[in-house]
Design a protein around this ligand. Sequence first.
Ligand SMILES: [Zn+2]
Length: 259
Amino acid sequence: MQTRWARYGAFLLVLLLLTACGRQSAVTAGGGAEIPEEILGELDEETLQDLVEEPKYVALTFDDGPRRDTTSVLLDGLLERGVPATFFVIGQQIPGNEDLLRRMAAEGHQVGNHTYGHTRLLTADPDKVVEEIQKTEVLLKELLGEGDYWLRPPYGSIGKTRAALVKTPMIYWTVDPEDWKVLDAAKVTEHVVSHVEPWGIILLHDFYPTSVSAALDIVDQLQAEGYTFVTVKELFRIRGVEPQAGCLYASPDKLRSLG
Ligand SMILES: [Zn+2]
């Protein structure tokens, strides 16, 4: 009898793990090194604050590229600042821009999948969903080698049924300045800088010159505020969260409902 219940319990647990995004995740990383007490009294307020404060990590993400003129300028600016970012690229824009993709990988950026033709997955045929993801994945693997190319669904939505077809984690965002609509670098920068929080994911598009200019200003301003930029994968790793395939994350701490 006991064995049967134990088995039933194990079955329920597996079911829970399979059905609930993020249940296997565990936040393990803490910040703040311990400071010996005899030193504490010697420090001025500001230094103390710096030591006690947890490191602030954030990820910059770019959708809808690559685009020759804008993406090149962005890569130059990020390289100059030593800042890694994450690019969710559109498959049909890869031919002719292979060097940009290789450059992203060589310069420490994460490359992800934004489907082949920027398809609205929420309403697409399930076969089309798989095809749109795979076509880009094949191109990325040919160019950059085997790897786990995480997905950002165009428009940020995919729905439960189609999400089950996705074999990688999916990434949403926590800050969206609607740069594609605003097309004003100062306004985009202001929105991001005033809304960002540690462990956040910023959404921008390397398709617009104003967004590229904003991105570099955002880096400069947030670095001055003590933020460290990392790729999305690094953000999850540092936070101690193992993202699950088929789940949509706004950040390592926040799941986005699939709707
Ligand atoms: Zn997009």
